[in-house]
Ligand binder design. Structure first.
Ligand code: NDP
Length: 472
Protein backbone atom coordinates (compact mmCIF):
# COMPACT_ATOMS: atom_id res chain seq x y z
CA UNK A 1 0.00 0.00 0.00
CA UNK A 2 1.49 3.32 -1.03
CA UNK A 3 2.24 5.67 1.84
CA UNK A 4 2.75 9.22 0.75
CA UNK A 5 3.59 12.46 2.50
CA UNK A 6 0.83 15.03 2.00
CA UNK A 7 -0.29 18.32 3.49
CA UNK A 8 -3.68 19.00 5.07
CA UNK A 9 -4.59 22.61 4.46
CA UNK A 10 -7.50 24.10 6.36
CA UNK A 11 -8.28 27.27 4.51
CA UNK A 12 -10.63 30.11 5.27
CA UNK A 13 -10.87 32.41 2.30
CA UNK A 14 -12.22 35.95 2.14
CA UNK A 15 -12.09 38.47 -0.68
CA UNK A 16 -9.47 40.44 1.22
CA UNK A 17 -7.62 37.91 3.32
CA UNK A 18 -6.71 34.24 3.39
CA UNK A 19 -5.98 32.46 6.64
CA UNK A 20 -4.13 29.18 6.13
CA UNK A 21 -3.24 26.56 8.71
CA UNK A 22 -0.92 23.86 7.43
CA UNK A 23 0.27 20.66 9.00
CA UNK A 24 1.94 17.58 7.64
CA UNK A 25 0.15 14.27 7.76
CA UNK A 26 0.60 10.89 6.19
CA UNK A 27 -2.01 10.06 3.65
CA UNK A 28 -2.43 6.38 3.00
CA UNK A 29 -4.08 5.63 -0.27
CA UNK A 30 -6.85 3.32 0.82
CA UNK A 31 -7.40 0.12 -1.08
CA UNK A 32 -11.05 0.26 -0.01
CA UNK A 33 -11.85 3.35 -2.02
CA UNK A 34 -14.75 2.23 -4.12
CA UNK A 35 -16.80 -0.87 -3.49
CA UNK A 36 -15.47 -3.53 -1.12
CA UNK A 37 -13.27 -6.16 -2.72
CA UNK A 38 -12.96 -8.55 0.18
CA UNK A 39 -16.31 -9.57 1.57
CA UNK A 40 -16.87 -11.70 4.63
CA UNK A 41 -19.03 -14.82 4.84
CA UNK A 42 -21.53 -12.79 6.87
CA UNK A 43 -21.78 -10.18 4.11
CA UNK A 44 -22.41 -12.91 1.54
CA UNK A 45 -25.19 -14.36 3.69
CA UNK A 46 -26.79 -10.93 4.10
CA UNK A 47 -26.47 -10.39 0.33
CA UNK A 48 -28.25 -13.68 -0.30
CA UNK A 49 -30.96 -12.61 2.12
CA UNK A 50 -31.44 -9.32 0.26
CA UNK A 51 -31.56 -11.09 -3.12
CA UNK A 52 -34.23 -13.49 -1.89
CA UNK A 53 -36.24 -11.29 0.44
CA UNK A 54 -36.53 -8.06 -1.60
CA UNK A 55 -38.76 -9.54 -4.36
CA UNK A 56 -40.80 -11.39 -1.72
CA UNK A 57 -41.34 -8.17 0.21
CA UNK A 58 -42.48 -6.28 -2.89
CA UNK A 59 -44.89 -9.09 -3.68
CA UNK A 60 -46.11 -9.16 -0.08
CA UNK A 61 -46.90 -5.43 -0.11
CA UNK A 62 -48.68 -5.89 -3.45
CA UNK A 63 -50.82 -8.68 -2.00
CA UNK A 64 -51.50 -6.73 1.22
CA UNK A 65 -52.75 -3.75 -0.75
CA UNK A 66 -54.58 -5.58 -3.49
CA UNK A 67 -56.36 -8.13 -1.35
CA UNK A 68 -56.36 -6.70 2.18
CA UNK A 69 -56.79 -2.93 1.93
CA UNK A 70 -53.06 -2.45 2.65
CA UNK A 71 -53.33 -4.05 6.10
CA UNK A 72 -49.78 -5.30 6.40
CA UNK A 73 -50.32 -8.11 8.87
CA UNK A 74 -53.52 -9.46 7.27
CA UNK A 75 -52.03 -11.99 4.78
CA UNK A 76 -49.61 -13.30 7.41
CA UNK A 77 -52.38 -13.61 10.00
CA UNK A 78 -54.61 -15.46 7.55
CA UNK A 79 -51.93 -18.09 7.12
CA UNK A 80 -51.01 -18.12 10.81
CA UNK A 81 -54.61 -18.65 11.92
CA UNK A 82 -55.41 -21.32 9.34
CA UNK A 83 -55.56 -24.96 10.51
CA UNK A 84 -53.12 -25.93 7.74
CA UNK A 85 -50.66 -23.12 7.02
CA UNK A 86 -49.34 -24.67 3.82
CA UNK A 87 -52.78 -25.12 2.31
CA UNK A 88 -53.68 -21.57 3.38
CA UNK A 89 -50.51 -20.22 1.76
CA UNK A 90 -51.24 -22.06 -1.50
CA UNK A 91 -54.83 -20.80 -1.53
CA UNK A 92 -53.75 -17.25 -0.81
CA UNK A 93 -51.09 -17.28 -3.54
CA UNK A 94 -53.48 -18.80 -6.09
CA UNK A 95 -55.98 -16.05 -5.33
CA UNK A 96 -53.70 -13.03 -4.91
CA UNK A 97 -50.58 -13.49 -7.03
CA UNK A 98 -50.40 -11.10 -9.99
CA UNK A 99 -50.82 -12.79 -13.35
CA UNK A 100 -48.93 -12.28 -16.57
CA UNK A 101 -50.70 -9.93 -18.94
CA UNK A 102 -49.49 -9.48 -22.54
CA UNK A 103 -51.06 -6.00 -22.55
CA UNK A 104 -49.21 -4.93 -19.36
CA UNK A 105 -45.98 -6.41 -20.74
CA UNK A 106 -46.43 -4.37 -23.95
CA UNK A 107 -47.11 -1.28 -21.86
CA UNK A 108 -43.98 -1.77 -19.78
CA UNK A 109 -41.64 -2.43 -22.68
CA UNK A 110 -43.10 0.40 -24.78
CA UNK A 111 -42.54 2.71 -21.79
CA UNK A 112 -38.97 1.48 -21.36
CA UNK A 113 -38.17 1.87 -25.05
CA UNK A 114 -39.76 5.30 -25.17
CA UNK A 115 -37.66 6.45 -22.20
CA UNK A 116 -34.52 5.04 -23.82
CA UNK A 117 -35.27 6.95 -27.03
CA UNK A 118 -35.83 10.18 -25.08
CA UNK A 119 -32.61 9.66 -23.12
CA UNK A 120 -30.58 8.96 -26.24
CA UNK A 121 -32.00 11.55 -28.63
CA UNK A 122 -33.37 14.55 -26.72
CA UNK A 123 -31.08 17.56 -26.70
CA UNK A 124 -28.85 17.33 -23.65
CA UNK A 125 -26.28 19.22 -21.67
CA UNK A 126 -23.17 17.25 -20.89
CA UNK A 127 -22.46 16.87 -17.18
CA UNK A 128 -19.50 15.17 -15.50
CA UNK A 129 -19.45 12.73 -12.61
CA UNK A 130 -16.78 12.39 -9.93
CA UNK A 131 -13.44 10.93 -10.88
CA UNK A 132 -13.69 7.16 -10.66
CA UNK A 133 -11.20 5.04 -8.68
CA UNK A 134 -9.49 4.18 -11.99
CA UNK A 135 -9.21 7.87 -12.87
CA UNK A 136 -12.01 8.31 -15.44
CA UNK A 137 -14.06 11.49 -15.55
CA UNK A 138 -17.14 10.41 -17.47
CA UNK A 139 -19.53 12.59 -19.45
CA UNK A 140 -23.29 12.16 -18.94
CA UNK A 141 -26.27 13.29 -21.00
CA UNK A 142 -28.40 15.49 -18.77
CA UNK A 143 -31.87 15.81 -20.27
CA UNK A 144 -34.14 14.27 -17.64
CA UNK A 145 -36.25 17.35 -17.03
CA UNK A 146 -37.26 17.54 -20.68
CA UNK A 147 -37.97 13.80 -20.72
CA UNK A 148 -40.13 14.21 -17.59
CA UNK A 149 -42.23 16.99 -19.17
CA UNK A 150 -42.63 15.21 -22.50
CA UNK A 151 -43.62 11.94 -20.78
CA UNK A 152 -46.16 13.60 -18.51
CA UNK A 153 -47.58 15.77 -21.30
CA UNK A 154 -48.16 12.68 -23.49
CA UNK A 155 -49.64 10.75 -20.56
CA UNK A 156 -52.04 13.59 -19.73
CA UNK A 157 -52.95 14.37 -23.36
CA UNK A 158 -53.47 10.68 -24.17
CA UNK A 159 -55.73 10.25 -21.15
CA UNK A 160 -57.63 13.53 -21.05
CA UNK A 161 -57.77 14.72 -24.66
CA UNK A 162 -57.25 11.89 -27.15
CA UNK A 163 -58.83 9.12 -25.09
CA UNK A 164 -56.01 6.69 -25.91
CA UNK A 165 -56.03 5.36 -22.35
CA UNK A 166 -57.57 5.99 -18.96
CA UNK A 167 -55.43 8.03 -16.59
CA UNK A 168 -55.71 5.12 -14.17
CA UNK A 169 -53.99 2.84 -16.72
CA UNK A 170 -50.98 2.19 -14.46
CA UNK A 171 -53.14 1.46 -11.43
CA UNK A 172 -55.40 -0.78 -13.54
CA UNK A 173 -52.46 -2.90 -14.77
CA UNK A 174 -50.42 -2.83 -11.55
CA UNK A 175 -50.12 -6.63 -11.20
CA UNK A 176 -49.23 -7.30 -14.85
CA UNK A 177 -46.72 -4.44 -14.79
CA UNK A 178 -45.11 -5.91 -11.67
CA UNK A 179 -44.43 -9.14 -13.54
CA UNK A 180 -43.04 -7.33 -16.59
CA UNK A 181 -40.85 -5.07 -14.44
CA UNK A 182 -39.50 -8.09 -12.55
CA UNK A 183 -38.71 -9.89 -15.78
CA UNK A 184 -36.76 -6.86 -16.97
CA UNK A 185 -35.08 -6.27 -13.59
CA UNK A 186 -33.75 -9.85 -13.53
CA UNK A 187 -32.77 -9.78 -17.18
CA UNK A 188 -30.82 -6.55 -16.62
CA UNK A 189 -29.09 -7.92 -13.53
CA UNK A 190 -27.82 -11.03 -15.34
CA UNK A 191 -27.05 -9.14 -18.53
CA UNK A 192 -24.85 -6.71 -16.57
CA UNK A 193 -23.15 -9.56 -14.74
CA UNK A 194 -22.24 -11.20 -18.07
CA UNK A 195 -21.36 -7.87 -19.70
CA UNK A 196 -18.95 -7.11 -16.85
CA UNK A 197 -17.05 -10.30 -17.65
CA UNK A 198 -17.24 -10.29 -21.45
CA UNK A 199 -17.42 -6.72 -22.69
CA UNK A 200 -16.98 -4.19 -19.86
CA UNK A 201 -17.16 -0.48 -20.57
CA UNK A 202 -14.29 0.51 -18.25
CA UNK A 203 -12.41 -2.62 -17.27
CA UNK A 204 -10.15 -0.97 -14.68
CA UNK A 205 -13.15 0.24 -12.67
CA UNK A 206 -14.58 -3.25 -12.18
CA UNK A 207 -14.55 -4.85 -8.74
CA UNK A 208 -14.60 -8.63 -8.30
CA UNK A 209 -15.31 -9.77 -4.77
CA UNK A 210 -14.78 -13.46 -5.43
CA UNK A 211 -18.39 -14.12 -4.45
CA UNK A 212 -20.94 -14.70 -7.20
CA UNK A 213 -23.77 -13.68 -4.85
CA UNK A 214 -22.17 -10.42 -3.74
CA UNK A 215 -21.13 -9.51 -7.29
CA UNK A 216 -24.63 -10.22 -8.56
CA UNK A 217 -26.18 -8.04 -5.85
CA UNK A 218 -23.75 -5.13 -5.77
CA UNK A 219 -22.51 -5.28 -9.36
CA UNK A 220 -19.10 -5.60 -10.92
CA UNK A 221 -19.02 -2.78 -13.44
CA UNK A 222 -18.99 0.73 -12.09
CA UNK A 223 -20.35 2.54 -15.13
CA UNK A 224 -21.72 0.08 -17.68
CA UNK A 225 -22.56 1.85 -20.91
CA UNK A 226 -23.60 1.40 -24.48
CA UNK A 227 -21.35 3.65 -26.54
CA UNK A 228 -20.06 6.89 -25.13
CA UNK A 229 -23.21 8.20 -23.47
CA UNK A 230 -25.85 5.55 -22.78
CA UNK A 231 -25.14 5.14 -19.08
CA UNK A 232 -27.04 2.28 -17.43
CA UNK A 233 -27.00 3.83 -13.96
CA UNK A 234 -28.24 7.30 -14.84
CA UNK A 235 -30.80 5.95 -17.29
CA UNK A 236 -32.33 3.26 -15.12
CA UNK A 237 -32.48 5.22 -11.92
CA UNK A 238 -33.78 8.35 -13.56
CA UNK A 239 -36.00 7.32 -16.42
CA UNK A 240 -38.03 4.14 -15.98
CA UNK A 241 -37.66 4.67 -12.21
CA UNK A 242 -38.04 8.31 -11.25
CA UNK A 243 -40.02 9.62 -14.26
CA UNK A 244 -42.45 6.79 -13.55
CA UNK A 245 -42.74 7.76 -9.87
CA UNK A 246 -44.91 10.85 -10.39
CA UNK A 247 -46.86 9.23 -13.21
CA UNK A 248 -47.74 6.27 -11.02
CA UNK A 249 -48.95 8.67 -8.32
CA UNK A 250 -51.12 10.54 -10.83
CA UNK A 251 -52.57 7.28 -12.05
CA UNK A 252 -53.43 6.25 -8.49
CA UNK A 253 -54.99 9.69 -7.91
CA UNK A 254 -57.13 9.10 -11.01
CA UNK A 255 -58.11 5.68 -9.66
CA UNK A 256 -59.14 7.28 -6.38
CA UNK A 257 -61.26 9.77 -8.29
CA UNK A 258 -62.99 6.93 -10.16
CA UNK A 259 -63.57 5.09 -6.91
CA UNK A 260 -64.92 7.81 -4.60
CA UNK A 261 -65.75 10.68 -6.97
CA UNK A 262 -63.09 13.09 -5.77
CA UNK A 263 -59.39 13.27 -5.00
CA UNK A 264 -58.64 13.59 -1.28
CA UNK A 265 -56.47 16.43 0.01
CA UNK A 266 -54.07 13.78 1.36
CA UNK A 267 -53.59 12.40 -2.16
CA UNK A 268 -53.05 15.92 -3.51
CA UNK A 269 -50.48 16.69 -0.81
CA UNK A 270 -48.72 13.38 -1.40
CA UNK A 271 -48.57 14.07 -5.14
CA UNK A 272 -47.23 17.55 -4.42
CA UNK A 273 -44.48 16.30 -2.09
CA UNK A 274 -43.42 13.52 -4.43
CA UNK A 275 -43.53 15.80 -7.48
CA UNK A 276 -41.37 18.39 -5.69
CA UNK A 277 -38.81 15.72 -4.86
CA UNK A 278 -38.84 14.29 -8.39
CA UNK A 279 -38.72 17.63 -10.19
CA UNK A 280 -35.92 18.74 -7.91
CA UNK A 281 -34.05 15.61 -8.91
CA UNK A 282 -34.36 16.38 -12.61
CA UNK A 283 -33.82 20.13 -12.25
CA UNK A 284 -30.57 19.27 -10.44
CA UNK A 285 -29.74 16.17 -12.47
CA UNK A 286 -26.21 17.43 -13.00
CA UNK A 287 -25.77 17.47 -9.18
CA UNK A 288 -26.98 13.88 -8.99
CA UNK A 289 -23.92 12.83 -11.01
CA UNK A 290 -21.79 13.55 -7.95
CA UNK A 291 -23.91 11.69 -5.38
CA UNK A 292 -23.11 8.24 -3.97
CA UNK A 293 -25.45 6.43 -6.40
CA UNK A 294 -23.30 7.50 -9.33
CA UNK A 295 -19.97 8.11 -7.59
CA UNK A 296 -19.79 4.92 -5.56
CA UNK A 297 -22.32 2.19 -6.36
CA UNK A 298 -21.58 -0.47 -8.94
CA UNK A 299 -24.38 -1.70 -11.17
CA UNK A 300 -25.87 -4.98 -10.03
CA UNK A 301 -29.23 -6.28 -8.81
CA UNK A 302 -29.28 -3.52 -6.18
CA UNK A 303 -29.66 -0.84 -8.86
CA UNK A 304 -30.85 -2.86 -11.89
CA UNK A 305 -33.76 -4.61 -10.19
CA UNK A 306 -34.03 -1.84 -7.58
CA UNK A 307 -34.69 0.85 -10.20
CA UNK A 308 -37.04 -1.39 -12.19
CA UNK A 309 -39.12 -2.82 -9.34
CA UNK A 310 -38.26 -1.65 -5.81
CA UNK A 311 -38.40 2.06 -6.53
CA UNK A 312 -41.62 2.21 -8.63
CA UNK A 313 -43.52 -0.24 -6.42
CA UNK A 314 -42.40 0.72 -2.93
CA UNK A 315 -41.78 4.46 -3.24
CA UNK A 316 -45.37 4.87 -4.43
CA UNK A 317 -46.88 2.66 -1.76
CA UNK A 318 -48.60 5.61 -0.08
CA UNK A 319 -50.62 6.51 -3.17
CA UNK A 320 -51.64 2.86 -3.51
CA UNK A 321 -52.71 2.98 0.14
CA UNK A 322 -54.77 6.14 -0.37
CA UNK A 323 -56.77 4.52 -3.17
CA UNK A 324 -57.74 1.69 -0.80
CA UNK A 325 -58.04 3.91 2.30
CA UNK A 326 -58.94 7.49 1.35
CA UNK A 327 -57.85 9.98 4.03
CA UNK A 328 -59.37 13.46 4.41
CA UNK A 329 -56.89 15.55 6.37
CA UNK A 330 -58.14 18.37 8.57
CA UNK A 331 -56.69 21.79 7.69
CA UNK A 332 -54.43 21.58 10.77
CA UNK A 333 -53.15 18.12 9.82
CA UNK A 334 -52.63 19.31 6.25
CA UNK A 335 -50.70 22.36 7.50
CA UNK A 336 -48.47 20.32 9.83
CA UNK A 337 -47.60 17.73 7.18
CA UNK A 338 -47.04 20.43 4.57
CA UNK A 339 -44.70 22.29 6.94
CA UNK A 340 -42.70 19.19 7.87
CA UNK A 341 -42.41 18.17 4.22
CA UNK A 342 -41.35 21.52 2.83
CA UNK A 343 -39.02 22.29 5.76
CA UNK A 344 -37.38 18.96 4.98
CA UNK A 345 -37.20 19.86 1.32
CA UNK A 346 -35.67 23.26 2.11
CA UNK A 347 -32.97 21.63 4.27
CA UNK A 348 -32.35 18.86 1.71
CA UNK A 349 -31.92 21.31 -1.16
CA UNK A 350 -29.89 23.92 0.77
CA UNK A 351 -27.41 21.36 2.14
CA UNK A 352 -26.88 19.73 -1.24
CA UNK A 353 -26.55 23.16 -2.87
CA UNK A 354 -23.82 24.18 -0.41
CA UNK A 355 -21.72 21.16 -1.34
CA UNK A 356 -22.21 21.75 -5.03
CA UNK A 357 -21.40 25.46 -4.90
CA UNK A 358 -18.28 25.00 -2.80
CA UNK A 359 -16.95 22.33 -5.15
CA UNK A 360 -17.78 24.28 -8.33
CA UNK A 361 -16.11 27.48 -7.02
CA UNK A 362 -13.14 25.61 -5.58
CA UNK A 363 -14.07 26.89 -2.14
CA UNK A 364 -14.14 30.55 -3.19
CA UNK A 365 -17.69 31.25 -2.06
CA UNK A 366 -19.72 32.47 0.87
CA UNK A 367 -21.58 30.01 3.08
CA UNK A 368 -24.18 31.49 5.42
CA UNK A 369 -22.70 34.94 4.79
CA UNK A 370 -19.16 33.90 5.68
CA UNK A 371 -16.26 32.64 3.58
CA UNK A 372 -16.44 28.89 3.15
CA UNK A 373 -14.22 26.85 5.47
CA UNK A 374 -12.76 23.91 3.62
CA UNK A 375 -10.20 21.18 4.05
CA UNK A 376 -8.18 20.91 0.87
CA UNK A 377 -7.42 17.30 0.07
CA UNK A 378 -5.69 15.20 -2.49
CA UNK A 379 -6.29 11.61 -3.43
CA UNK A 380 -4.74 9.06 -5.73
CA UNK A 381 -6.51 6.99 -8.37
CA UNK A 382 -5.44 3.50 -9.35
CA UNK A 383 -3.70 4.88 -12.46
CA UNK A 384 -1.24 6.47 -10.04
CA UNK A 385 -2.34 10.05 -10.68
CA UNK A 386 -2.95 12.52 -7.86
CA UNK A 387 -6.06 14.72 -7.86
CA UNK A 388 -7.21 17.57 -5.67
CA UNK A 389 -10.55 18.02 -3.99
CA UNK A 390 -12.00 19.75 -0.96
CA UNK A 391 -14.31 19.06 1.95
CA UNK A 392 -16.61 21.80 3.15
CA UNK A 393 -16.71 22.13 6.93
CA UNK A 394 -18.87 25.20 7.51
CA UNK A 395 -22.56 25.93 7.00
CA UNK A 396 -24.71 22.82 7.16
CA UNK A 397 -21.61 20.71 6.54
CA UNK A 398 -20.17 22.08 9.79
CA UNK A 399 -23.25 20.92 11.74
CA UNK A 400 -22.92 17.27 10.77
CA UNK A 401 -21.37 15.21 8.00
CA UNK A 402 -24.73 14.21 6.51
CA UNK A 403 -27.17 16.97 7.35
CA UNK A 404 -28.74 16.53 3.89
CA UNK A 405 -30.11 13.21 5.16
CA UNK A 406 -32.02 15.05 7.93
CA UNK A 407 -33.91 16.97 5.24
CA UNK A 408 -34.57 13.79 3.31
CA UNK A 409 -35.91 12.03 6.39
CA UNK A 410 -38.29 14.91 7.15
CA UNK A 411 -39.70 14.86 3.61
CA UNK A 412 -40.04 11.08 3.77
CA UNK A 413 -41.87 11.30 7.09
CA UNK A 414 -44.29 13.90 5.72
CA UNK A 415 -45.01 11.69 2.69
CA UNK A 416 -45.98 8.84 5.01
CA UNK A 417 -48.01 11.07 7.33
CA UNK A 418 -50.41 11.94 4.48
CA UNK A 419 -51.80 8.42 5.01
CA UNK A 420 -52.88 9.02 8.60
CA UNK A 421 -52.09 6.60 11.40
CA UNK A 422 -54.43 3.68 10.81
CA UNK A 423 -51.89 1.37 9.16
CA UNK A 424 -48.17 0.76 9.31
CA UNK A 425 -47.60 -0.16 5.67
CA UNK A 426 -47.52 3.40 4.27
CA UNK A 427 -44.79 4.16 6.85
CA UNK A 428 -42.55 1.61 5.18
CA UNK A 429 -40.88 4.42 3.21
CA UNK A 430 -39.60 6.35 6.24
CA UNK A 431 -38.47 3.13 7.94
CA UNK A 432 -36.65 2.07 4.79
CA UNK A 433 -35.09 5.51 4.24
CA UNK A 434 -33.85 5.62 7.84
CA UNK A 435 -32.15 2.23 7.47
CA UNK A 436 -30.82 3.10 4.00
CA UNK A 437 -29.38 6.44 5.05
CA UNK A 438 -27.86 5.18 8.33
CA UNK A 439 -26.21 2.37 6.39
CA UNK A 440 -25.13 4.87 3.75
CA UNK A 441 -23.41 7.01 6.40
CA UNK A 442 -21.32 3.97 7.27
CA UNK A 443 -20.61 3.10 3.63
CA UNK A 444 -19.69 6.68 2.83
CA UNK A 445 -17.38 6.84 5.82
CA UNK A 446 -15.51 3.73 4.62
CA UNK A 447 -15.29 5.11 1.11
CA UNK A 448 -14.13 8.59 2.10
CA UNK A 449 -11.63 7.26 4.62
CA UNK A 450 -10.19 5.06 1.89
CA UNK A 451 -10.17 7.90 -0.60
CA UNK A 452 -8.96 10.78 1.57
CA UNK A 453 -7.10 8.99 4.37
CA UNK A 454 -5.82 11.43 6.98
CA UNK A 455 -7.72 14.31 5.41
CA UNK A 456 -10.96 12.53 6.27
CA UNK A 457 -9.81 12.03 9.84
CA UNK A 458 -9.02 15.73 10.02
CA UNK A 459 -12.53 16.45 8.75
CA UNK A 460 -14.03 14.13 11.36
CA UNK A 461 -12.26 16.09 14.08
CA UNK A 462 -13.62 19.39 12.74
CA UNK A 463 -17.13 17.95 12.19
CA UNK A 464 -17.61 15.15 14.73
CA UNK A 465 -21.33 14.43 14.25
CA UNK A 466 -22.62 12.11 11.56
CA UNK A 467 -26.26 13.14 11.27
CA UNK A 468 -27.83 15.14 14.10
CA UNK A 469 -25.57 17.58 15.96
CA UNK A 470 -24.94 16.56 19.62
CA UNK A 471 -27.03 13.41 19.15
CA UNK A 472 -25.39 11.17 16.53
P1 NDP B 1 -23.99 13.11 -0.51
O1 NDP B 1 -24.58 13.95 -1.57
O2 NDP B 1 -23.80 13.71 0.83
O3 NDP B 1 -22.60 12.62 -1.07
C1 NDP B 1 -21.57 12.07 -0.26
C2 NDP B 1 -20.28 12.36 -0.97
O4 NDP B 1 -20.04 13.77 -0.96
C3 NDP B 1 -19.07 11.75 -0.29
O5 NDP B 1 -18.88 10.42 -0.73
C4 NDP B 1 -17.98 12.67 -0.76
O6 NDP B 1 -17.70 12.28 -2.10
C5 NDP B 1 -18.64 14.03 -0.78
N1 NDP B 1 -18.51 14.74 0.49
C6 NDP B 1 -18.65 14.24 1.73
N2 NDP B 1 -18.48 15.21 2.65
C7 NDP B 1 -18.25 16.33 1.96
C8 NDP B 1 -17.98 17.67 2.35
N3 NDP B 1 -17.91 18.03 3.63
N4 NDP B 1 -17.78 18.59 1.40
C9 NDP B 1 -17.84 18.24 0.08
N5 NDP B 1 -18.07 16.97 -0.36
C10 NDP B 1 -18.28 16.04 0.59
O7 NDP B 1 -24.77 11.77 -0.24
P2 NDP B 1 -25.73 10.87 -1.15
O8 NDP B 1 -25.16 10.73 -2.49
O9 NDP B 1 -25.98 9.64 -0.36
O10 NDP B 1 -27.10 11.64 -1.19
C11 NDP B 1 -27.43 12.72 -2.02
C12 NDP B 1 -28.84 13.15 -1.70
O11 NDP B 1 -29.75 12.17 -2.20
C13 NDP B 1 -29.09 13.28 -0.21
O12 NDP B 1 -29.80 14.43 0.06
C14 NDP B 1 -29.87 12.04 0.13
O13 NDP B 1 -30.72 12.28 1.22
C15 NDP B 1 -30.61 11.75 -1.16
N6 NDP B 1 -30.89 10.32 -1.31
C16 NDP B 1 -32.15 9.90 -1.62
C17 NDP B 1 -32.44 8.56 -1.77
C18 NDP B 1 -33.82 8.10 -2.11
O14 NDP B 1 -33.96 6.92 -2.42
N7 NDP B 1 -34.82 8.93 -2.04
C19 NDP B 1 -31.39 7.52 -1.63
C20 NDP B 1 -30.12 8.07 -1.30
C21 NDP B 1 -29.88 9.40 -1.18
P3 NDP B 1 -16.44 12.84 -2.97
O15 NDP B 1 -15.52 13.57 -2.06
O16 NDP B 1 -15.85 11.62 -3.58
O17 NDP B 1 -17.08 13.73 -3.98
Amino acid sequence: MAVQQRKTVVTETTKTETTTTTKNVDHQVGKTWGRDRDVSFGTILISLGILVMSPIWVLYTYISCNGYQCAMSAPALEIYNAPDALVALKTLLARELPTFSPYAARLFFTWLTFQAVLYAFLPAQIGYGQRTPAGHLLPYKVNGLLAWFISHAIYAAGGLYFGWWKLSIIHDNWGGLLIAANAYGYFLTFFCYIKAHLFPSHAADRKFSGSFIYDLLMGIEFNPRFGKYFDFKLFHNGRPGIVAWTMINLSFAAAQYQKIGYVTNSMILLNLLHATYVLDFFYNEDWYLRTIDIAHDHFGFYLAWGDSVWLPWLYTLQSHYLVRNPVDLTPVQFGIIFTIGFTGYFIFRSVNHQKDIVRSTNGECMIWGKPAKVIRTSFVTSDGKTHKSLLLCSGYWGLSRHFNYVGDLLISLAMCMTCGTKHLLPYFYIIYMTILLLHRIQRDHTRCKGKYGKYWEEYMKVVPYKLIPYVY
